[in-house]
Design a protein. Structure first.
Length: 220
């Protein structure tokens, strides 16, 4: 029986990039699911034009909530493999075959961004600090805990299922890897910073570290 692969792309005001991302992604998967997270622009229309399945939130609920909506849809529609990626053109869909190859031997595949001079210094520092916190609390050594480009099986998703509605999702997923002793591996990817204002802020980073502490002491 053929394996069904779904790509989940959460999008908030991404009319500039979403058409290109969907068209490149659909070459490698069976279905592309764009979750329009309360966009005020033409994100929904552009995604539909590109032949994506579009799920919509009436208001912006956050990245974690949008990914959960997409993953739940994928599982209900018999997806075997789920790939999650960003809508802002930072993640190259041409990397998808690497994820699929590695997923044959692991529950989840995590991407890490190759060193890049364009990566904002505050993101480098914050990511490094969170990586060290995860290693200290959970015993998992991750090169890039905040990269959202990942692939996992539907069976694994049931164990990864997160409560975070915001950018804490990536870290909560790693905490779940530790809790359930899931098999994981990392692959390097190129990363393009097309919109430097996007992504986690200093306040997001503080919240992520706080959540990591709470999940550890409350056993998630």
């Amino acid at each position: 029986m053929k394996t069904k692969t779904f790509a989940i792309i959460p999008a908030h005001n991404e009319e500039k990039h979403i058409d290109k991302i969907v068209r490149k992604t659909i070459k490698y998967v069976d279905k592309v699911i764009v979750v329009d997270d309360g966009s005020k622009d033409r994100t929904k229309d552009m995604a539909k034009r590109s032949k994506a399945i579009v799920l919509s939130h009436l208001v912006n609920l956050g990245k974690g909530a949008a990914l959960k909506t997409g993953c739940e849809y994928a599982v209900k529609n018999k997806a075997d493999i789920i790939i999650v990626m960003d809508a802002d053109a930072q993640h190259d869909p041409n990397e998808i075959p690497k994820f699929l190859h590695k997923l044959k031997d692991h529950n989840i595949v995590l991407a890490y961004r190759k060193p890049n001079k364009d990566m904002p210094a505050i993101l480098k520092f914050g990511n490094s600090f969170i990586n060290k916190t995860i290693n200290f609390l959970y015993g998992i050594k991750i090169k890039d805990s905040q990269c959202g480009y990942r692939a996992f099986t539907s069976k694994t998703y049931r164990k990864l299922k997160w409560k975070s509605s915001d950018y804490s999702i990536e870290s909560e997923m790693i905490a779940k890897i530790s809790k359930h002793k899931l098999s994981y591996t990392e692959i390097p990817i190129e990363n393009v910073y097309s919109d430097k204002y996007k992504g986690t802020t200093i306040l997001d980073g503080i919240k992520i570290v706080f959540n990591l502490l709470m999940w550890k002491f409350n056993n998630l």
